[in-house]
Write a protein that binds this ligand. Structure first.
Ligand code: FAD
Length: 286
């Protein structure tokens, strides 16, 4: 079968190209998609390349939010100007694979692939980001990233991720990742912590330990009540440590029956998550 490759120059053209050939697959950096093609898992009947669409490669400000183009590469998000805007997303982008992957791989691709180890995903979950989806005939809709990832509101045929809307909180936020070896590697566990001083809230998400990022909501609420929001945003070291354990137990459940000691793998993963969460909070409050 003939494989058609089109490279539209605008979002509208890309959506039209997908509508014209619903069996075609969008490709941005190709770091995930070409791996699937090369391993024989995917044989796309056509490709719609998104790499020429300039409107997807930058960001703009809108009502206290940043509207990030889905085509932003990890390398671009890792730069200092972006880090000043959304520090945790920049930190995640800097750890997303080796340089050649970060130069090509995009935010939109990371979201649509939705791998448990996707580094941007816990950050977007903690930020409660939304995605703007562009569909056929000019249709556009906005859904929480978490709904897309959990399948509650999946991408529909012919839709593209156009933008990611992220609130600008103007407060410290951190992302930490544990891997099995030194150098660029996929996460065993990752933790994003975001402070929202206007709401006196701490938001946390844990990546890689489950199919989608997990939010330990009770631990978030508890630790927010331990912070001196009116003073220097200090927290007692014991509270910081307890937060790590709280997050770990919430996000790494032990298999039934609960009475017996958790298996060694669970204990080890909980220890890793606990350390990451404690450090991430400590750095955000430092
Ligand atoms: C060696 C290696 C190491 C890696 N290490 C990491 C790592 O440490 N951390 C990490 O998070 N990731 C890692 N990755 C995964 C990958 O680089 C990221 O997921 C990347 O962000 C994917 O973006 P992309 O533009 O290359 O996506 P593509 O491969 O182009 O596309 C991926 C999927 O998304 C779809 N898609 C892409 N853009 C859109 C859009 N705008 N709208 C709708 N659908 C879209 C495609 O159809 C495809 O299904 C690694 C990959 C490799 C090969």
């Amino acid at each position: 079968m003939e494989q058609v490759v089109v490279t539209p120059a605008s979002l509208d053209e890309a959506v039209a190209a997908l509508s014209a050939r619903p069996e075609a697959v969008p490709v941005a950096g190709g770091t995930d998609l070409m791996a699937a093609v090369n391993s024989g898992h995917l044989r796309p009947a056509g490709l719609v390349g998104l790499g020429r669409i300039n409107e997807l490669r930058g960001w703009q400000y809108q009502d206290g939010h940043a509207l990030l183009g889905a085509g932003l590469t990890h390398a671009r998000m890792g730069r200092p100007d972006f880090a000043a805007l959304i520090p945790a997303l920049a930190a995640a982008a800097r750890t997303a694979g080796p340089p050649q992957i970060r130069n090509a791989g995009t935010l939109g691709g990371n979201i649509v692939t939705a791998a448990p180890t996707g580094d941007s995903l816990p950050v977007l979950a903690a930020l409660e980001a939304t995605v703007v989806l562009a569909g056929p005939d000019g249709a556009s809709r906005e859904v929480p990233v978490s709904h897309l990832l959990t399948g509650l509101d999946p991408l529909r045929t012919g839709e593209l991720v156009a933008f990611v809307r992220v609130p600008l909180l103007h407060a410290p936020q951190t992302f930490l990742k544990a891997t099995g070896r030194s150098g660029p590697a996929r996460a065993i566990a990752s933790v994003a912590v975001v402070l929202d001083p206007a709401r006196r809230a701490v938001r946390c998400a844990v990546g890689a330990v489950a199919p989608v990022p997990l939010r330990p909501l009770e631990a978030e609420n508890w630790v927010a009540s331990c912070i001196d929001w009116d003073g220097k945003r200090r927290i007692a070291p014991e509270a910081c440590e307890a937060f790590g354990d709280y997050v770990a137990v919430a996000c790494v459940p032990a298999p039934e029956p609960e009475e017996s000691a958790p298996p060694a793998g669970v204990v080890q993963l909980r220890r890793t998550v606990s350390v990451l969460a404690r450090r991430a909070l400590g750095r955000a409050l430092a």
